[in-house]
Design a protein around this ligand. Structure first.
Ligand code: APR
Length: 311
């Protein structure tokens, strides 16, 4: 029997997730959105690419969660995207309500699913889904690091004029301006970055990766990035559905790892059939640890705002 993935939010990120899942023939897809007709129309349109592209999966759109029953994975992209000049954090309370409602429905209809959060502010939305779902921590995962490293890898490959496939990178911390790209763990076919470019260049590329989302928002004006975010989410879906056990930077619930407790923060994890199967703990330099603490503090601030709202 084919696997089933629900994508909540049939907007830019959600529709592209559905398209990529279909394109890779990973699973049947149910697209859910509150806007009447949109998930149905986009679902049918993606389905009709099948004969040309050669995929045999079913894609349906719905305004209710009935058709989502017993999904293996629920990807939550529903929410407002970031507008120019708006920080991810401005989105907090609006998207809190949306993610809370989506999680309640997802859990009701797919009690054994794994949740992948994409809605921003990412780490805070993971916390919301974790609290609401009461799922074990291995089954609530946030998409941030795969996207952040993809951006960093792109800029490194461009700079060196080498294949993006040869560039691997690692990033820790929250998804936002405080993220912590680990340049010393970034390499090109195993060659450390420091052998290939000077520190000023590394700093420039780190900075561009850190502001990669804002750079695109500035161009688009009315929305935020969606091609690379959907690629990143679907790499996570694939690793779980195929039990590939890829090691990827994802937002995970920490219980003392890296000295952080009770928060979702980006760390390297192993993603397999059980979701997060391992959190890798790296030895950090004093500077890296301090940057990670700063990033975790920024996530904590958002969680405190939500806790105050919850009363
Ligand atoms: N249930 C289901 N869908 C909802 C709900 C809800 N309660 N509330 C809003 N939506 C839908 C909207 O109708 C819209 O179709 O979520 C979709 C969001 O799509 P876009 O506005 O195109 O936003 P997108 O670019 O896809 O970004 C979605 O992902 O990367 C993050 O920061 C981004 O938080 C944002 C999210």
């Amino acid at each position: 029997m084919r696997k089933k993935v629900t994508v909540v939010g049939a907007g830019n990120v959600g529709a592209n997730c559905a398209l990529r899942i279909a394109g890779k023939e990973l699973a049947d897809v149910v697209l859910v959105d509150i806007v009447e007709g949109v998930p149905q129309g986009k679902g049918l349109d993606i389905l009709q690419s099948g004969p040309v592209e050669g995929y045999d999966v079913n894609i349906v759109g719905s305004n209710d969660y009935g058709p989502t029953a017993n999904s293996d994975i629920v990807v939550i992209t529903a929410g407002f995207p970031r507008k120019p000049g708006m920080s991810r954090d401005d989105l907090l309370l609006a998207n809190y309500e949306i993610v809370k409602a989506a999680t309640e429905q997802a859990v009701k209809h797919s009690p054994n699913s794994i949740l992948i959060l994409v809605t921003n502010p990412l780490d805070a939305m993971c916390w919301t889904a974790f609290q609401v779902s009461k799922f074990s921590k291995n089954r609530v995962i946030g998409m941030a690091g795969v996207l952040d490293t993809a951006r960093f890898r792109t800029f490194i490959a461009q700079e060196l004029e080498v294949s993006v496939e040869n560039v691997t990178a690692m990033v820790l911390g929250g998804h936002g301006d405080t993220m912590v790209p680990l340049a010393r763990l970034t390499s090109v076919s195993g060659i450390p970055l420091s052998e290939l470019m000077d520190q000023a260049t590394i700093d420039r590329l780190v900075d561009r990766a850190r502001n990669g989302g804002a750079e695109i928002v500035k161009y688009l004006k009315t929305g935020s990035a969606y091609y690379a975010p959907s690629s990143a989410a679907v790499e996570m879906v694939e690793s779980i559905l195929k039990d590939k056990k890829k090691v990827l930077p994802c937002a995970a619930y920490l219980e003392g790892e890296y000295g952080i407790k009770g928060l979702f923060v980006g760390v390297p994890v192993k993603l397999g059939a059980r979701g997060i199967e391992k959190i890798f703990q790296l030895r950090l330099s004093a500077d890296e640890q301090a940057a990670l603490q700063k990033s975790a503090a920024a996530v904590q601030e958002l969680v405190d705002v939500m806790k105050a709202k919850m009363g």
